[in-house]
Design a protein around this ligand. Sequence first.
Ligand SMILES: C[S@@+](CC[C@H](N)C(=O)[O-])C[C@H]1O[C@@H](n2cnc3c(N)ncnc32)[C@H](O)[C@@H]1O
Length: 216
Amino acid sequence: MGTRFKNKEDFFRSLREDMVRYQLEARGIKDTAVLNAMRTVPRHIFLPEELALDAYADYPLPLFAGQTISQPYIVAYMTEKLTLSPDDRVLEIGTGSGYQTAILAELSGEVFSVERIPELSAWAKERLDYLGYKNVHLLVRGSPLGWEEFAPYDKIIVTAAAEQLPEELLHQLRSNGKMIVPIGTFSQYLHLVKRINGKSCTRRLIPVAFVPLIVD
Ligand SMILES: C[S@@+](CC[C@H](N)C(=O)[O-])C[C@H]1O[C@@H](n2cnc3c(N)ncnc32)[C@H](O)[C@@H]1O
């Protein structure tokens, strides 16, 4: 690593700067708050130690229990599409490593994140606590989908692919709220859903490859 970096955290910070410049800004992510959150959150902490050096690379990575952490660009893209405000209440389906949760916590008021695999939720909790996020609430649950108790939410992000638009989540979205969700089986696309006057308006965005949403 040489003398350029005083310590490990300086080294990872420089990898984050490169990630923001060459993967996010170069591909059109413009929201300054999203770019700053991606600069701030130490993604390597959310990965198994042997993958820490790959943390800022331009691809998704394996976690455990057959699950993955999304490519940084997809995290930034989905977050930007939600147009988060500091007082938003956000529901996340698929806590996974907790990395996307931390990005949401940087940009919104409160984050309610649900994960069906207990070991992953515990992994995420340990890291989110270590980093000092006080506005994150975690729940282990696969079914029923979501976290009805604290609904309605201003924004909902689903980080596993649904076969079709999950109606039960639409009911947890407040009027004028937004939800981003990957939909599809063999071929998946991100969809942005807006709730306007009780009706939903859906726009198909980019192709993606997520692990499946499993509702037991
Ligand atoms: C692509 S991973 C999430 C990655 C995560 N956003 C991150 O930053 O590490 C998708 C996650 O969704 C979870 N999942 C699948 N079905 C679910 C459900 N019905 N409710 C909650 N979580 C679910 C999986 O267990 C997996 O951890």
